[in-house]
Ligand binder design. Sequence first.
Ligand code: HSE
Length: 331
Amino acid sequence: MNEVKSAELMVDQRINKDNILNQVRVFAPATVANMICGFDVLGFAVEAPGDEVTMTKVKQLGVRITSIKGDDGRLPLDPEQNTVSACAMKVLEDLGLAEEFGVEIELVKHMPIGSGLGSSSASTVAGVFAVNALLGNPLTKEELLPYCIEGEKLACGHGHADNVAPALMGGITLIRSYEPLDIVPLPVPAGMYAGIVFPHVDVPTRDARQLIKERVPLKDAVVQWGNVAGLVAGLYQNDFALIGRSMQDVIIEPVRAILIPQFAEMKAIAMSYGALSFGISGSGPSVVAITQSEAVAKTITIAIKNHLDKQEIDCNTYVSAVNTEGPRLLD
Ligand code: HSE
């Protein structure tokens, strides 16, 4: 108890009330969780899409969401149910400021919900990063991360960190351990691009997680941990061939691919146009082609979109380098 009190005191000492701002605008990025072979332990942030939050300090206590745009009315305005507000509120409470002022949040979603691109984590990270910025950055990103993991629990019932960690830290992150939390930033090879296609079918993370078998055959585990280790080695060595052959998933993809229309066809197209690897982004339905150039990523997304158009499946496409910065202040 004493330890907690002294920790609180230390945080309290980091808050200079003169540094508290009236308003901040923040962008937080979408993410590609799992990086195909690293279920729940690997992920990277992208430049776009992402979420935008405007947070304003107000006299009225509590956290309120005053507007949400770009969600087609799908997200709750109830501040306890929406991750953008619930996690920001917890930060305010833990810093002992919840009784001094409140905040209002405007959320603009520039990205699809339920897409496998870390939509809820982009909102969570935007909210938590915004409240910290508003307060003059009393907490480090490492200290903000547990709040974001709680946000994932609220959004989908499970506190995985492979979206929120890269969204908050930027770059490519490895969650080496959840208990205790041990996050390892990994090098980002220059020229690595993601070509992402989001086919318009709904695959809620909660459902996609329920499909996964509890037990994994040892022979599959051997393949998968070889791939995870190979990917990490490839990132350190800037070895795109090793990265490509390591980003293969023999455990999750065979189960989840059935939820994604034209998955095998999209994979064949991506590989024929020079992808290093291709797989599901997060829990899907978005798919991702990893490439060694922007041009190849663009060609692949166009070719897949043309194919889906013929099947009368709408989609969004995104081409992005890895975002090494994570969330940022706008204006
Ligand atoms: N690792 C998670 C999953 C990411 O695949 O279920 C989902 O956001």
